[in-house]
Structure formats: C-alpha cells, structure tokens
Design a protein around this ligand. Structure first.
Ligand SMILES: *Cc1c(COP(=O)(O)O)cnc(C)c1O
Length: 427
C-alpha cells in the first residue's frame, strides 16, 4: 500500500522530517488523548444529567417560546462550563457579537473596563472605539472607558512586584466595573493563558478589585484543558460556536455563560429589556448545536494534535514557533514566524489548496469587516470562516507570523501542513 505522503508527491526527505516530527510529538499527542477522554466523559455525564431526548432536536420559529431543545442546550453549556446560566443562540452572529453584548449589557455610562491581558483581539477595537469616535455606538460613544495593562508575561514569570506596580494606578478607581481577560493569544505572539495561570490571575484580580465583574474572552480555549475559566473563578465567559464548542457542526452562533443575573443582562441586550432570554427561535439549529457540543472535545483534541505536529515540523525546518510543541497550551492556535509577506501568502494559499471546500480559491490579503489591518485568511471550510476546521490567517505585518488553527481530522491537517512546509522550503 502507498503511504499518504506519496499521494501528495512529497520528497523522501520531507517524508522523513514528517516522521521525525510525529515521533517527537508522540508523548504530547498521548497527553492530549488523555485530556480528550476525560472531557468526552465529562460532557457525556452532563448529557445524561439533562436527560436529552430526541424530541429536543425539534426547534421553534417566531418568538421561540417553549423551546425545550434550546433550554437543554443552555443547561448543557451552564453545566459544562461551570456557570449558573447560559445564553447559546444562533442570533449571536460571532464571537465579537457575543463579547460586545456582554460589554454593552453590563456597562453603563461612566463605567470603566480594565483589560489585564494587553490590547484585546482586533475586532474588539471597533467595539471599544476611540476618543472623538462619536455616533458610532461604540463604548467610547456611550462614555464607557477602556484601559489596558498587560500582565501576561509577568504572570508567566510569577513577577508579583511587576504585577503590583502595573495594577497600582487603578486600585482606587471605583469606576472600574469590569476586568477583561483574553485567554487566547489572538494575532499576537503573547502566550495563551492556561487554567493554572488564569487561577492565579483571578485570585490576584479578586483581591485587588473586589466586587468587580471578571469577564473572560474564552475564544479558542474551550476543551483545551479539563476545566474552564469559570472553574478558576471568573464571573462571565463568551465565545464563538464556529470555533471550539460548536464541534464543527454548529452553522452559526455564540455563547455567554456565567452568573445568572449577568447572563440575563446580556440577554436583554441581545433581544430587548423585558424580553431577555425568553425569546429566540432556534430555526432548526438545535440538533447541530447540541451534537456539535457533544463532538467538541474530540475535535478540539484533533486540532491540538495538528498544532503540536505543526510546531514540531516547523521547528525542525528552522522556523520560530509559538508555543513550542511541548509547551502547556491554553488555546488551539499555533503561531509560526514565516518572516516575509511572500512566505505568509504561500503558507495560507497552500492550506487553502489542501482544503475540502474552495481548494481552487487563492487567498490574498485584504480588508475584512471588523479588522483595521490588512488580513489574509485561508478557510476552505464547510461552515464559512469556521476556525475549528483547519484554517490559517494573519495580519500582513512584521514578523509575518501565521496563526494556524483547527483541523477536525488530524490526517487532513497533517497533510495540509506538510504540503505548506514542502512549498516553503522548496526555494
Ligand atoms: C476569534 C476571536 C474573537 C471573536 O472573533 P469572531 O470572528 O467575531 O468570532 C475574539 N477574541 C479572540 C481571542 C478570538 O480568537
């Protein structure tokens, strides 16, 4: 029988490097399998607990009253993520929308946000707004302040003095109502926060800013570890269903989970005051959202294995990668420094070419709604823009790092990543 790399016409040398990378990744892959097993059973237990039945796959239209499937789905999210209540809706059009609903739902004019993990993800910049940015409906426009400190490296170095010095100017500010934490790296080379890091960060924050809402942007973090940020003490989480927790099946949607009163305030922002979470037709999405959640631990495991393989292979080819193949991970994102615009384009174009959908399309950098920088995106995915499916994207800026994530099926991701590596070292 032929081997898979022969089908792709990869050279003998490349095939040897792939084998070596897989050998190096073996132990880490086994650890991922163990976490996947644990998470799969953890999820199964909640499905048994809510007594999911086939009747819950039917769904509602119109106002969406009495949607038992939606209620079960939201109970599942609350139980799995460790919250009192969840809002899981196809009407949340993206992760940015879910996060934006949280901020506008909880904050009032005069309030301030303190982000402690540096500048938030690109698409949040337009939600926050800038001074003088009137009449756009941004936080700024409503008189809500947003301040940023970056404690990520100090957390990793356990540098308590540095952290105390950075937080000191904000300690007496009673207007700070919400502490904003981003778990994933976003388009930056900072670390993603592990659960351990989140736990100590949360302890510090709760001590320094008692009574404030601790919010976590959980995008790309779900099921990477065996607990979630609410288990580490956060009050509210939000994320996207076309990333980890949708398990590749969710056609759209976002989630918010945490303390019941906070989630209800967010629901009133998504719908309207007085309507809150009681309204919201599911329009046929109950089955894929529920089944996707059940499959999510497995597919996150496949994505993590793909990231670890990529880290190992690209390191052996002389590229800098973040994180290293054997580093503890807090998200599914793998950054690889490619060093030039051409290499970044080639990488994304090759990932696209080895995708099941739109393999004939050629990604080029350009404007994307919500982003201020020029972005290149490869996503040959069944659900548009889904990034639990294999995808690669990046802002077109120095040092030309690509952010690779997803891979519902490890052998697919391994093939595409290997093809991209082969093209990059050809020259
Ligand atoms: C993806 C992502 C978001 C939200 O992005 P959407 O494309 O709107 O779903 C927010 N924060 C982080 C860290 C992300 O990775």
């Amino acid at each position: 029988m032929k081997e898979w790399h022969q089908l792709l016409h990869l050279s003998r040398e490349m095939a040897d490097m792939i084998s070596a990378a897989e050998k190096e990744a073996f132990t880490v892959h086994k650890e991922i399998d163990m976490r996947t097993s644990f998470n799969q059973v953890r999820v199964l237990e909640t499905f048994r607990q809510v007594r999911l039945g086939e009747e819950d796959f039917s769904s509602t239209t119109g106002y969406g009253y009495n949607d038992t499937g939606r209620d079960k789905l939201e109970s599942l999210y609350a139980l799995i993520f460790g919250g009192e209540k969840a809002l899981v809706r196809p009407q949340l059009v993206s992760g940015t929308h879910a996060i934006s609903c949280c901020l506008f739902g909880l904050l009032r004019p005069g309030d301030k946000v303190l982000a402690v993990t540096g500048t938030p993800y690109d698409t949040l910049h337009k939600v926050i707004g800038r001074k003088g940015d009137a009449d756009r409906g941004t936080l700024q426009d409503f008189g809500i302040g947003f301040q940023t400190v970056d404690l990520v490296d100090d957390m990793a170095n356990k540098d308590e003095n540095a952290i105390a010095a950075k937080l000191d100017p904000y300690l007496d500010d009673e207007k700070i109502r919400l502490i904003y934490i981003q778990r994933s790296r976003g388009y930056s080379l900072r670390r993603a926060l592990t659960l351990d890091a989140l736990r100590s960060l949360m302890e510090m924050i709760k001590g320094a800013f008692p009574g404030r809402v601790v919010f976590v942007d959980n995008c790309y973090g779900e099921f990477v570890e065996t607990q979630e940020p609410l288990h580490a003490g956060a009050d509210l989480l939000a994320g996207s269903l076309i990333k980890n927790p949708g398990g590749g099946l969710a056609p759209s949607g976002g989630y918010v989970v945490g303390k019941a009163e906070l989630v209800e305030l967010v629901a009133s922002r998504l719908t309207a005051p007085g309507l809150g979470s009681a309204l919201g037709p599911t329009l046929g999405t109950n089955r894929p959202l529920i089944q996707g959640l059940f499959l999510a631990p497995h597919f996150v495991g496949e994505a993590l294995k793909s990231a670890v393989f990529a880290a190992s292979l690209f390191t052996s080819l002389g590229f800098k990668v973040y994180p290293h193949y054997d580093e503890n991970r807090g998200d599914i994102v793998q950054a690889v420094i490619l060093g030039s615009r051409e290499a970044l384009e080639k990488f994304c174009q090759t990932i696209q070419a080895y995708s099941p959908v739109d393999s004939h399309a050629l990604p080029i950098a350009g404007e994307v709604p919500g982003y201020e920088r020029e972005i290149i995106m490869a996503a040959g995915t069944f659900v548009q823009g889904s990034s639990l499916e294999l995808s690669a994207d990046a802002p077109m800026v120095e040092p030309y790092a690509v952010y690779l994530q997803g891979g519902l099926i490890y052998p697919h991701a391994r093939a595409a990543i290997s093809a991209a590596a082969a093209i990059l070292i050809q020259k």
